[in-house]
Design a binder for this molecule. Sequence first.
Ligand code: IPE
Ligand code: IPE
Ligand code: MG
Length: 246
Amino acid sequence: MPGPDTSVYPPPPAHIAIIMDGNGRWATARGLPRTAGHKKGVDAVRQVIEGAREMGVRYLTLYSFSTENWSRPEDEVSTLMQLLGFYLRGEIARLHKNGIRFRVIGDRSRLSNDIQALINNAEGLTEANTDMTLVLALSYGGRQELVDAARALAVAVEKGEMTPADITPDSFARHLTTGGDIPDPDLMIRTSGEKRISNFLLWQLAYAELVFLDTLWPDFTKRDLEDAIREYHRRDRRFGATAGSR
Ligand code: IPE
Ligand code: IPE
Ligand code: MG
């Protein structure tokens, strides 16, 4: 597959993270069960992955299922897990063919053995791919991730492998699930009109530009992604400095 066409697209942010929200409302508005919205949402996932890759995005993180989403009705959770299984079975070969590295962040121990095996295989198969990294946040919660990092650091101190003074923003970040090889998102998009973070990447979003769209996730297209990138380019990222001091 050819690389991104830079004559068509301005250079995109390196890492885009998306809270894919509004599947349920999309379905309810059509008199359909919420699960119909989740099914349609999978088509939007395919489009956005393809679009991001074509535009030259290096990292795309999709919030697919939060730790809090486990508290939804059992039939909705089981439909979401079924869709995830279908998606992984059907899509991994294509991702691999397109040079995409696949990663999962979140508490995968809560997922079924089948799904854990699919994820492990997909991560192994695509490990050396370099065109784009696709990160699925699954059974993911930002607070849990921070607590896990704090605990790992406490254990390392207890074992004498490091001292409290060695705990710095850099060493802390290395203990997160994105630690080491996934840079912080530059742009975070949330669909569906909600304007909150909902426990997504609490540490990593510190300086991301936030774009909130009214579009419901199943209606999200490559065009919406392009528009969000254009909005990103209109922002002035100061990182706390003043324009002159950067
Ligand atoms: C996002 O859509 C998908 C998941 C959270 C898994 P929702 O299911 O949250 O849809 P709304 O927000 O109820 O419309
Ligand atoms: C956030 O959406 C989680 C995902 C999109 C996976 P929710 O619909 O669960 O968030 P709230 O409940 O509106 O905050
Ligand atoms: Mg929602």
